[in-house]
Design a binder for this molecule. Structure first.
Ligand code: IPD
Ligand code: CA
Ligand code: CA
Length: 266
């Protein structure tokens, strides 16, 4: 499969940063036993990955702006284009030696996401999508799963934790969903969750309080793989509200319905 020049640049940035992240991930295991733990080391690895990505992208497309988790917003001379980057999604997994983490890079053109790359360097799984040109996993075309009933579905989610998110709301949502589905997974990396909805591993996904860099690339992948994604009200304000609900047409609708019930006062 011939990739566009744009995707080639994004893949180059993701795989280059991925190589150093994979090397650093190997070190993390040794640091678990040290008294200080791997915290500072992981934070340095995260920043290093972001620098590599920025360098590769800026060299290939001078002038484009950036929105990056670690460095924030960097305005470019070209105000039509902006890279949206999470250099390490799944930091807690990385820190604990769990090999589910990824680099996520998206390109926004005139406010619309037009390309996305998500790369898990340990599993060597590369997900790409370009608007209008489909979505691919290691160069094989992706389609969302075909299961139409919640009873057959495995659904991904994000569980709020210490200092993060609305715990009561999540428990209510679980009460409305867990008894109706075949399984629930909390993988710990939203970018991978979304890529897995696009590839059909997960039938659906919902999470709140996410950031644009967690979702931008993955949302495009889901849509290019024939899936649906919206905010919790069924609208397209995902990046603005930080809430996402995704799946094929039927699973997306069923999840929206259950989340609506969960939000009704008892
Ligand atoms: C986190 C992961 C996690 C999600 C969190 C995110 P980070 O990103 O995507 O799955 O539940 O809300 O912040 O911090 O590992 O880049
Ligand atoms: Ca993230
Ligand atoms: Ca991150």
């Amino acid at each position: 499969m011939a990739r566009s020049a744009l995707l080639n640049v994004m893949v180059k940035a993701a795989t280059k940063a991925g190589r150093t992240l994979a090397r650093d991930f190997g070190e993390v295991e040794n640091l678990q036993v040290s008294r200080k733990g791997p915290g500072d080391f992981v934070s340095a690895a995260d920043h290093r990955a972001e620098e590599i990505i920025q360098e590769v992208l800026a060299q290939a497309r001078p002038g484009y702006g950036f929105l990056m988790e670690e460095s924030g917003e960097i305005k470019g001379k070209d105000d039509q284009h902006r890279w949206i980057v999470d250099p390490l999604d799944g930091t807690t997994n990385f820190l604990h030696g769990i090999p589910i983490f990824a680099i996520s890079i998206a390109l926004e053109r005139q406010g619309q996401i037009v390309a996305g790359v998500i790369y898990n360097p340990v599993m060597d799984e590369l997900y790409t999508a370009e608007k209008g040109n489909g979505a691919f996993a290691n160069d094989r075309r992706m389609r969302v799963a075909g299961r139409r009933e919640l009873t057959d579905a495995v659904i991904g989610t994000g569980i709020p934790h210490l200092g993060r998110g609305e715990h009561g709301r999540f428990l209510l949502e679980m009460r409305h969903i867990m008894g109706e589905v075949s399984g629930i997974r909390r993988c710990g990396a939203a970018a991978i969750d979304l890529a897995w909805v696009a590839s059909g591993r997960l039938d659906g996904f919902w999470e709140h309080n996410l950031k644009p860099w967690d979702m931008a690339a993955g949302l495009l992948m889901i849509r290019e793989a024939g899936g649906y994604a919206s905010d919790v009200n069924g609208r397209d304000k995902i990046l603005e509200t930080g809430s996402v609900v995704a799946g094929n047409e039927q699973i997306h609708r069923a999840l929206l319905d259950r989340l609506k019930s969960a939000a009704k006062p008892a």
